[in-house]
Ligand binder design. Structure first.
Ligand SMILES: Cc1cc2nc3c(=O)[nH]c(=O)nc-3n(C[C@H](O)[C@H](O)[C@H](O)COP(=O)(O)O)c2cc1C
Length: 192
């Protein structure tokens, strides 16, 4: 598919079937993430793929814990694919997705957030190309603050100076894919 068509086709999906992501699919998505542009060419980000639906559900619950409804700015995210902002009954920050990638970055590296989101973008586009659905999820560092979260980091042997920067949830859409919102005019210009 033409890359611009793919970019326009990808949507953030928050309704998933129980169908798992295979290890082969996860490997391809991680490879796409690993080939993202990265500051100084240092390849510092660490990408942890999880295909186990139970562990993904556990992380989704930990991800939701720090969500603070009282700090919302009143923004509406999506009527067709409601987020935790839109629907107060959602208590899984990963929306029942069966798989996730956690992207970690070096705590003291100033571009670790930017690196992580470049990897995330590559992965969501890869997923779209493979006919899979995805969504970028924040509250990454906060997901691991509890003893339960800290234990997971130990189990995965994440270096002590690494912080989770972003998640990409993955799965198969339940229902139909929404259209992109129209782009706000005046955001792009060619000045010369
Ligand atoms: C930096 C960033 C953080 C995001 N965090 C979340 C999140 O925590 N939960 C969520 O449901 N969606 C999250 N999203 C997805 C956005 O809500 C989504 O990209 C936006 O509504 C536009 O929809 P689209 O991706 O379908 O075009 C995030 C996206 C970005 C770029």
């Amino acid at each position: 598919m033409d890359i611009l068509d793919l970019i326009k086709k990808r949507r953030s999906i928050r309704r998933y079937t129980a169908e798992p992501i295979t290890h082969e699919e996860m490997e391809k998505i991680l490879e796409a993430g690993a080939y993202a542009p990265n500051a100084g060419g240092g390849q510092r980000s660490m990408l942890v793929g999880i295909c186990d639906a139970g562990l993904t559900r556990q992380l989704g619950r930990l991800n939701f814990l720090p969500f603070d409804r009282s700090k919302l700015l009143g923004a509406h995210v999506s009527a067709e694919q409601p987020s935790v902002i839109d629907d107060p009954t959602i208590t899984d920050g990963f929306y029942g997705a069966p798989a996730v990638v956690a992207v970690f970055g070096q705590a003291d590296f100033p571009f670790s957030v930017a690196d992580a989101f470049c990897a995330a973008e590559n992965m969501v586009l890869m997923a779209a190309e493979m006919g899979l659905s995805s969504c970028i999820i924040s509250r990454a560092e906060e997901t691991f603050v509890t003893p339960e979260g800290q234990q997971l980091l130990k189990t995965w042997q994440v270096p002590a100076d690494y912080i989770c920067r972003v998640f990409v949830i993955l799965g198969h859409i339940d229902g139909s894919c929404p259209q992109a919102k129209p782009r706000k005019p005046g955001r792009t210009l060619i000045v010369a």
